[in-house]
Design a protein around this ligand. Structure first.
Ligand code: SIN
Ligand code: FE2
Length: 219
């Protein structure tokens, strides 16, 4: 796969790299202060909906711990994968999405309508994520913005068919990637996290934020 440089989308960000059609990687898009501010804001916000390791519909406990911010949150349990407005642990709405998180959606998608979901993934102790597609959203053409904070991850990225060839991409703290266009339904997963490669996250590990428009598309 050839990497093609693209025109910068924002004056203060380096040029994103197009790795597959529609997969845009913005290396070092967030400076250390911005990364720190995001970690502080996100960890404070998720206190009201603590990280949990959920079960897949098949009954396997995920190694990644998750929470959500914003009007809709992604959940998995015996009932399936879905978005819902309340935290199943408390029955209460998910905590609001901090403004500095919501701003990232506008900056990296250029969309005026706000993101309605931010899934927060915490990778500790060898956590990983198997190859999957993101397809629980109502509008599968709305992009996904993924923000990496803390330890570097090895992302495996394929195509829209599970059997498509895959490549690996390292995602360091402050990198932002966007799955859009043909890459919106690309299979992807996290092979591993390079433990101790960053000191950003209290207690170690990696935090990943995925921002989406998961609910009904705006009229
Ligand atoms: C995800 O696919 O939900 C997470 C990807 C990542 O952790 O970078
Ligand atoms: Fe995903």
């Amino acid at each position: 796969m050839r990497a093609q440089p693209l025109t910068p989308t924002s004056a203060n960000a380096p040029s994103p790299t197009l790795l597959h059609d529609g997969f845009r990687l913005h290396p070092a898009a967030l400076d250390p202060d911005a990364q720190q501010a995001l970690v502080v804001a996100v960890l404070a916000a998720v206190e009201a909906a603590p990280f949990r390791r959920s079960e897949t519909p098949g009954g396997r406990r995920m190694s990644v711990a998750m929470s959500n911010l914003g009007p809709l949150g992604w959940v998995t349990d015996a009932g399936g994968y879905r978005y819902q407005p309340t935290d199943p642990l408390s029955g209460r709405p998910w905590p609001p999405m901090p403004g500095i998180v919501a701003d990232l959606w506008r900056r990296f998608t250029g969309r005026d309508e706000a993101a309605d979901a931010c899934l927060v993934n915490l990778y500790r102790d060898g956590a990983r994520m198997g190859l999957h597609q993101d397809r629980d959203e109502q509008d599968l053409t709305a992009p996904v913005v993924s923000v990496s904070l803390g330890d570097t991850a090895v992302l495996r990225l394929g195509g829209p068919d599970r059997r498509d060839p895959t490549r690996t991409v390292r995602l360091a703290s402050g990198d932002v990637c966007v799955l859009d266009g043909a890459a919106r339904l690309a299979f992807h997963g996290i092979d591993r996290v390079l433990e101790g490669s960053s000191r950003l996250i209290p207690g170690g590990g990696r935090l990943n934020l995925t921002l989406r428009q998961a609910g009904p598309p705006p009229p």
